[in-house]
Design a protein around this ligand. Sequence first.
Ligand SMILES: Cc1cc2nc3c(=O)[nH]c(=O)nc-3n(C[C@H](O)[C@H](O)[C@H](O)COP(=O)(O)O)c2cc1C
Length: 179
Amino acid sequence: MVKIVGIAGSLRTDSYSQVALRLAAQRVSALGAEVEILDLREMNLPFCDGGDEYPDYPDVEKLRKAFHDADGLILVTPEYHGSISGVLKNALDLMSFDQLAGKVAGMISILGGQSNSNALNDLRVIMRWVHSWVIPEQIAIGQAWKAFDQDGKLLDEKLSQRFDQFAQSLVDNTQKLRQ
Ligand SMILES: Cc1cc2nc3c(=O)[nH]c(=O)nc-3n(C[C@H](O)[C@H](O)[C@H](O)COP(=O)(O)O)c2cc1C
């Protein structure tokens, strides 16, 4: 079975991006995939300085190894100023083709305002640049502050179904590409 790793680019305590990541991970896991979530709030990562080695930051190796060993990726970003968050971009900048090329990626964005695809479009360009294969199914959750109940469950059934389609496509396409 395929291995999927997921990260969300928000360090906020009650982050909806982290809630959405867990939800997506549950759906992917229900399809039989092995899923690992790396919570960037619990990792100590430096800003990418353009170098390869970060001996004072063992979490860089942890991040790189998890992505290297994975077949597929779940990337969740809050929309910040019309694009992806610096937290997510920095995590990706700490990696390169060794960890990202040839991986199938599914993307989700979380917005305070109305749903749009700005961050997702930018993230798609970034992932193309590192030779990842991004699935066409994507999810943008607008007004995220009213999308979930207290247990992190989605209130909108249609949106919940979208997570199922997203998970199915991610697992199916990851399997296909690995063969
Ligand atoms: C620096 C910053 C920029 C933001 N820019 C946007 C934006 O462009 N569009 C939008 O809909 N919401 C924007 N927001 C709101 C966040 O997308 C919203 O609070 C979201 O829930 C953050 O994700 P999180 O819950 O995972 O922390 C911004 C928030 C911050 C802190």
